[in-house]
Each structure stands twice: as structure tokens, then as C-alpha cells.
Design a protein around this ligand. Structure first.
Ligand SMILES: Nc1nc2c(c(=O)[nH]1)N[C@H]1C(S)=C(S)[C@@H](COP(=O)(O)O)O[C@H]1N2
Ligand SMILES: [Mo]
Length: 197
């Protein structure tokens, strides 16, 4: 069975690439400002707002179940990357540790370096969303958000917060960094929710 002499037909991924996007070569880095460097020893994660406030350490996070995720990634500047391989912790598993006030409808993700991005809770607390701490089996590189970022695969990648260090639970939507600068408040790549809205 000389299978290696036969090439698989080129896979047609066009149905996985949202309108107006093209496939990037490699995995571009997109950051506004400088890359913070945070060691896992000093890393802290806080929750506040409409939730019982708490601070978590790196080992608190690591004690939650780890999963492999293979997800497509779509940047609003029009590049997409298919099948990015991450290791992470489900956002649903983390949220289960918290005592969130039922009046909370939205969440602001906060990051080392000051970046913020907002989401309705119904877009945030989904089985497919996760905190990523490995990329291709290696510790997540600082440029890609290491030691820890979120990945929200169904929305444009500016919602996937690098160097995340906190969640603020809100009674209504508020705008994060790019959203204040004209990006869409939700950012569904299949509806091309790029700007405004
Ligand atoms: N903290 C922080 N998170 C961020 C950003 C940023 O500038 N700072 N950029 C966002 C944007 S616009 C994109 S496309 C992705 C890029 O992730 P990557 O650099 O790993 O490709 O991160 C998002 N998360
Ligand atoms: Mo982006």
C-alpha cells in the first residue's frame, strides 16, 4: 500500500472561510501596543462586578480539566487561520466555580497591558469557548497571549483576549477597547459584523 505516493485531493475549505476573509500563511500576531511578559508564578486572575469577588492563581486554573481544541480563527483585518490547535480550560468549567449574580447579562474581559473586550454572557459562556495556555502542545508564546488568553471561536478574534487577567460582570453591555474605537459590539464573522452596530 504505497499510500504515500498518492496525494490527498486538495481539501476545499471555502465553506469554512467567512465572507471577505482570506487564509493567512503562518499564524500572524496582532497586538495593539507591547507584549506583556508575565510569569505564571505572579499571574493572578480576578473576577468582580456582579459576582462574588475572588482572585485565582495559576495553579487554581491548572487544577481544572484540560482539553484539546482545534478551532478556526478569524481576524477582522481579513486574515483567517483554520484548525489552530490549542490546549485549554473550558470557560463553562471556570464559570461553574463562580457565584454570578443573575442580574449580570454581559462581561468585560480585562488583560495585562490594559486591553479590554466585551461580550454578552450568552456569547461568553459556551462549551466551545476556552482559556488557552498551550499552542501546538507548547506553552502559549507571549506574542500569542501567553501565559493565558481566551479563545472565542465563533466571533472575530479581537474578542479572544490575550494576557487575560480578569472578568467584570455587568448589568448591561459596555464597550471594550476596539468596540469604543468603532468595531462592532458583537463581531460575528459570518455576518461580517466588523464595524459599528
Ligand atoms: N490583550 C490583547 N488581546 C488581543 C489583542 C490585543 O491587542 N491585546 N488583539 C486582538 C486581535 S485584533 C486579534 S486578531 C487577536 C490576535 O491574536 P494573535 O496575535 O494570537 O494572532 O488577538 C486579540 N486579542
Ligand atoms: Mo484582529
Amino acid at each position: 500500500m504505497a499510500l504515500k505516493f498518492f496525494q490527498k485531493p486538495e481539501t476545499d475549505n471555502s465553506d469554512r472561510v467567512p465572507p471577505g476573509q482570506y487564509l493567512a500563511k503562518g499564524f500572524p500576531v496582532l497586538t495593539y501596543g507591547d507584549t506583556p511578559h508575565i510569569s505564571t508564578d505572579n499571574w493572578q486572575f480576578k473576577v468582580w462586578g456582579l459576582v462574588t469577588p475572588k482572585t485565582f492563581s495559576w495553579s487554581d486554573f491548572m487544577s481544572l480539566p484540560h482539553h484539546e481544541f482545534t478551532k478556526d480563527f478569524h481576524c477582522v483585518t481579513r486574515w483567517s487561520k483554520l484548525d489552530v490547535k490549542w490546549t485549554g480550560i473550558k470557560i463553562t468549567d471556570f464559570i461553574n466555580l463562580l457565584d454570578v449574580d443573575p442580574k449580570a447579562t454581559d462581561v468585560m474581559q480585562h488583560c495585562y497591558g490594559g486591553y479590554t473586550t466585551n461580550l454578552p454572557l450568552k456569547d461568553f459562556v459556551l462549551e466551545d469557548n476556552f482559556f488557552a495556555f498551550k499552542l501546538l502542545g507548547e506553552p502559549l508564546p507571549p506574542d500569542h497571549g501567553g501565559p493565558m488568553r481566551t479563545v472565542i471561536p465563533h466571533l472575530y478574534a479581537w474578542k479572544s483576549a490575550k494576557w487575560i487577567n480578569g472578568l467584570e460582570f455587568l448589568p448591561k453591555d459596555e464597550l471594550g477597547f476596539w468596540e469604543k474605537n468603532g468595531y462592532h459590539r458583537r463581531g460575528d464573522p459570518w455576518k461580517e459584523e466588523r464595524y459599528g452596530g
